[in-house]
Ligand binder design. Structure first.
Ligand code: ADP
Ligand code: MG
Length: 541
């Protein structure tokens, strides 16, 4: 079979066809809840309690081409990844070493250290809820290596893995446009067989419902912990509606600030209840499961009391999605530590039932998992490694003490690396040429907070059509000069969702769907909500 010519994508469209597709996409998105709240008008940067308007999410007109074999490979690996990260979260000693504030990255990174210390204190008093829930997303890009395209992992998310429901709707939108227009027969690849199903909403809600069931109190509610300035609320609401309509489970949405007032723990049972004074909500609700769509970034904790609230939730009997150890397991430093010799293999082995009574031996999958990883290095200790990583330059001399501090990295060029701190949510990485100067300015004691990762070099020359809601919605102030739809050279990132409920006996897990985000190549990052990157889907080639 002839290989797919990425550089010839997308098919050519006439201006009339482009307008017809833009109309179809935009109206489908607005009709089907593929929506965001508009940027906040208020100076407090807090969304009004009752929204008055919504805009469609940024979307692509034509799905992104993705090789069928690599798509299936990512799908097949998701269950292994679900179990792997469940086991990492259950390995207290490993997390203490890698993420802790005494031996690990928590020494150098204050946010990680604070979360870890909170967890440690709770451990010492005894954890009352043995179960953890993860709603995961493993993100990948295609790496163009020696004539072939390899599937490479960007990161693994264990907290607030977003865009499940919206990406289901983006895929449905592309299927609808195909059915209604056949994309004007502009490409033989654009056929229904090449548009895979995507049912993330039901799958993610199933994970939450399984935790609720395991908690065992039918009338309890699921707590969504949300950010006060959240614009991606519809993505969250779709899960809430699914839980009520398919599982008859009610959801309570609260910010950490709300919970400082509304949450309380029964001192003897550690049962968490939420009290909301309102005529329609007369009694306190018992909470079965806490789903965090906040508390993954330092700005979610504007004062120390916010950490008190987070730790109160952690101490409770409710099942946390994620628990603090599972949140810590998603650290970039864990991703790097897993690449070291033997570490992954130990987690995939069944180790005399260390991971639970029915633990499977998954070591046969180790090579496939490793094949999805780029090189990763610690910045703190192994200078030989990092110098080699920084574009494979020879290490000068053996000693590290003979170079004046602050100039060690000045001679290095790093066009093939990205540096990442222990953060989530985008906008934190340092790319390529910016690295040497950044490292020179970085105090030595903060180096340990970062990892270096080889850049994934995506196939070049692929373009796409990106549609934004309105010129003003992108956040930039170019006014009417910005077009609604732009054709741009793009990079696409594929994510697979999965859930895992674990901590006692078998890990209960499943792969539950996927997402594609596409961005213009001129930006390094892929945060859909932040810059001009769009929700997309795939055409398998
Ligand atoms: P975050 O947790 O902040 O989302 P990521 O590790 O996902 O951090 O990095 C953010 C973005 O940076 C990714 O979505 C991707 O576009 C880009 N990126 C991250 N790592 C790499 C890499 N190794 N090669 C190329 N691009 C990368
Ligand atoms: Mg990311």
């Amino acid at each position: 079979m002839a290989s797919f010519n990425f550089a010839a994508w997308p098919p050519q469209l006439t201006p009339e066809q482009l307008e017809a597709l833009t109309l179809a996409a935009t109206t489908y998105a607005l009709s089907h809840g593929l929506l965001y709240l508009p940027p906040s008008q208020s100076s407090s940067n807090t969304q009004p309690r009752i929204p008055t308007t919504a805009i469609h999410a940024p979307i692509s007109l034509i799905p992104a081409p993705f090789p069928r074999a690599q798509f299936q490979a990512a799908r097949g690996l998701q269950s292994v990844y679900n179990v792997l990260y469940a086991r990492v979260a259950m390995d207290t000693q490993f997390l203490d070493t890698v993420m802790g504030a005494e031996e690990g990255v928590g020494k150098a990174d204050q946010f990680t250290g604070t979360l870890w210390r909170g967890w440690k204190k709770i451990r010492e008093h005894g954890v009352v809820q043995p179960l953890h829930l993860g709603l995961f997303r493993s993100d990948y890009m295609l790496h163009a290596a020696e004539d072939r395209l390899a599937l490479k992992q960007v990161e693994f998310n264990t907290i607030s893995s977003s865009f499940g429901p919206l990406s289901e709707r983006a895929a449905a939108m592309h299927r609808n446009i195909l059915a209604s227009t056949s994309y004007f027969s502009t490409s033989p690849h654009l056929t229904a067989d090449n548009f895979p199903e995507n049912n993330t909403t039901s799958g993610l809600a199933e994970g939450l419902a399984k935790a609720h069931e395991a908690y065992g109190v039918r009338d309890a509610r699921i707590l969504f912990v949300v950010q006060p300035n959240e614009r991606n609320v519809f993505d969250q609401r779709w899960l809430e509606y699914e839980l009520l309509e398919k599982h008859q489970i009610h959801v309570v949405r609260q910010t950490l600030a709300d919970l400082a007032v509304s949450a309380s723990l029964d001192p003897s049972t550690q049962v968490l209840t939420i009290t909301i004074p309102s005529p329609t909500n007369p009694s306190p609700y018992e909470i079965s499961t806490i789903y965090f769509r906040a508390s993954y970034t330092p700005s979610d904790f504007p004062s120390p009391s916010y950490y008190d609230t987070r730790f109160l939730l952690e101490r409770s009997r409710a099942i946390k999605c994620p628990s603090l150890p599972l949140q810590l397991a998603g650290g970039k430093k864990v991703q790097e530590a897993l690449t070291r010799p033997g570490v992954l293999e130990r987690f995939l082995s069944n180790e005399g039932a260390t991971w639970g009574t029915h633990a499977l031996d998954l070591t046969a999958h180790a090579a496939d998992i490793r094949a999805t990883w780029m090189g990763m290095w610690a910045l703190d200790s192994e200078d030989v490694d990092i110098a080699a990583a920084l574009d494979h330059l020879p290490v000068s001399g053996q000693g590290q003490g003979n170079v004046p501090p602050g100039t060690r990295f000045a001679h290095l060029k790093a066009p093939s690396l990205v540096l990442k701190p222990q953060r989530e949510g985008g906008g934190n990485n340092v790319y390529r040429e910016a690295i040497p100067a950044f490292l020179d300015a970085l105090p030595a004691e903060e180096r340990e907070a970062w990892i270096a990762m080889e850049m994934i070099e995506t196939p070049r020359g692929i373009s796409g059509y990106l549609v934004r809601a309105s010129p003003s919605s992108s956040g930039t102030d170019n006014g009417s000069t910005e077009k609604k739809v732009v054709r741009a050279e793009v990079i696409s990132e594929l994510g697979f969702f999965g859930y895992a409920l674990f901590g006692e006996g078998e890990v209960v897990e499943r792969e539950v769907g996927w997402l594609v985000r596409t961005k213009g190549t001129e930006s390094n990052e892929g945060g859909v909500a932040a810059g001009f990157s769009v929700l997309d889907s795939v055409v398998l080639v």
